[in-house]
Design a protein around this ligand. Structure first.
Ligand SMILES: NC(=O)NCCC(=O)O
Ligand SMILES: [Zn+2]
Ligand SMILES: [Zn+2]
Length: 458
């Protein structure tokens, strides 16, 4: 049955105006003022509402085996929570196990996702062991629509690759038209600082933060950019937190190099003062850690300067009970925090509402740029005829309070507990189906599809 979204303020990365949107099947079939209403059409009155493209969060970890446990959102709970916050597509990281193949890891992740996802999803492939066998697998992975790869420059012994592997990965991925992304922090220096703090009996969450000073991220970001420049590849830095790392991107642009950057909602809104609160700080133990106010200012500016193209979440929730594994030693606290549900509402409220970014920038950094960078545009990331009808209707004036008691993520706390935000995701369409309306999920487990991506870069 067709759906007509009538009279909303429809905002894309390059347009903004009152418009009707007609949806038939999975796609948008017409756009315009006062569109005729075909028989049997469901009409959604969007007067006074803002309609934006479905959000894309290119950085999530669902049911990820990590630090001796699994992140607590499954494909079902995580993609459902994402939909409630207007994120219709997520890109998760498949992690190769060192000594094993990329294929084995991909099959493991497909087993968790297939038939379970509520919202759409895709995969990046994290190469944790680049060798001749892995190298030979890259071409077929790209051909299957997994066109982005990740290097961890930290987490030695489980995920980290060294610079020799990194340059090899860049060269191979380049051959096949893919994109290399990196968790760009200096793992060796971090491990050394962790060891120093532990030896001194400094075991509280604060020392997680102090083990990853800004220089560890700035140095690795610069090294990643330099190696990509040598290899002649584009580079994408995930979860950038600080001014020092951003300056490395700025430096790269001066030699006309394309280094793309993603920050995450928490780095724009939360800061390192949260680590002072004894073990409570474990809720926001993540890598890299939260930083300082001056870094938040630099990141907001980076969004407006076009140096930071994407706001993701690095959604990687752990239940409080899981966090307690590090009660007596910060290095055992599972790293990560929950955010996938609130990225868009938080950025709308604190970014657009507070005048830090425009509404069109909001659309770019929550959806369009990720669709372009990761090869999903114009199927995803915009509102145009022929695009997937992934649409988010926002009531811009509605206030609501974030709480673990009401969120949909499978985690028993929120870093944003009690925050009042202005602007509420009211209705969400995913591929032509109403997926969320008035706080209820309208699509079932299994509705979410794997999205095969093209090689198209930004
Ligand atoms: N970020 C984090 O703390 N956990 C997830 C793994 C990663 O992205 O580094
Ligand atoms: Zn990371
Ligand atoms: Zn991550």
């Amino acid at each position: 049955m067709p759906i007509l979204l009538q009279n909303g303020r429809v905002v894309t990365a390059d347009s903004d105006g009152i418009c009707d949107i007609l949806v038939e099947g999975e796609q948008i079939v017409a756009l315009g003022r006062h569109l005729p209403v075909p028989a049997d059409t469901t009409v959604l009155d969007c007067t006074g509402k803002i309609v934006v493209p479905g959000g894309i969060d290119p950085h999530v970890h669902l049911e990820m085996p990590f630090m001796g446990t699994f992140s607590s959102d499954t494909y079902e709970t995580g993609t459902r929570a994402a939909l409630h916050g207007g994120t219709t597509t997520v890109i998760d990281f498949v992690l190769q196990k060192q000594g094993h193949s990329l294929r084995a890891a991909l099959e493991e992740w497909q087993g968790r996702a297939t038939g379970n996802a509520v919202g759409d999803y895709s995969f990046h492939l994290a190469v944790t062991d680049f060798n001749e066998n892995t190298k030979a697998e890259i071409a077929e992975i790209v051909a299957e629509g997994i066109t982005s790869f990740k290097a961890f420059m930290a987490y030695k012994g489980s995920l980290m690759i060294d610079d020799a592997q990194l340059i090899g990965l860049m060269q191979e991925v380049k051959k096949h038209g893919g994109l290399v992304t990196a968790h760009a922090t200096n793992g060796d220096v971090i491990d050394s600082l962790i060891a120093q703090h532990r030896a001194a009996g400094q075991l509280a969450p604060l020392y997680h933060y102090l083990s990853q000073p800004e220089v560890t991220e700035a140095e690795a970001s610069g090294r990643f950019a330099d190696l990509a420049n040598y290899a002649g590849t584009e580079a994408y830095i995930v979860h950038m937190t600080c001014e020092g790392a951003l300056n490395q991107v700025r430096h790269a642009t001066r030699r006309n190099q394309r280094v793309l950057a993603e920050t995450c909602i928490q780095y724009l809104l939360l800061d390192a003062s949260l680590y002072q609160h004894d073990f409570e700080g474990a809720k926001v133990v993540m890598s890299p850690p939260l930083r300082e106010k001056k870094d938040q200012t630099a990141l907001w500016a980076g969004l407006n300067q076009g140096l930071v193209q994407v706001v993701g979440t690095d959604h990687c929730p752990f239940l409080w009970e899981q966090k307690l594994a590090g009660k007596d030693d910060f290095s055992k606290i599972p790293n990560g925090h929950p955010a996938v549900e609130h990225r868009m509402e938080l950025l709308f409220s604190e970014g657009v509402g507070d005048g830090k970014i425009t509404l069109q920038r909001f659309v770019e950094v929550t959806s369009t740029n990720a669709a372009k960078i990761f090869g999903m545009f114009p199927r995803k990331g915009t509102i145009s005829i022929g695009a997937d009808a992934d649409l988010v209707v926002i009531d811009p004036a509605k206030k609501h309070v974030i709480s673990a008691a009401t969120h949909h993520m499978n985690v028993d706390y929120s870093a944003y507990e009690g925050w009042e935000v202005t602007g509420k995701v009211e209705t969400v369409l995913l591929r032509g189906q109403v997926a969320v309306a008035a706080g209820e999920t309208k699509v079932a487990k299994g509705y979410g599809q794997f999205i095969k991506r093209s090689k198209t870069a930004f």
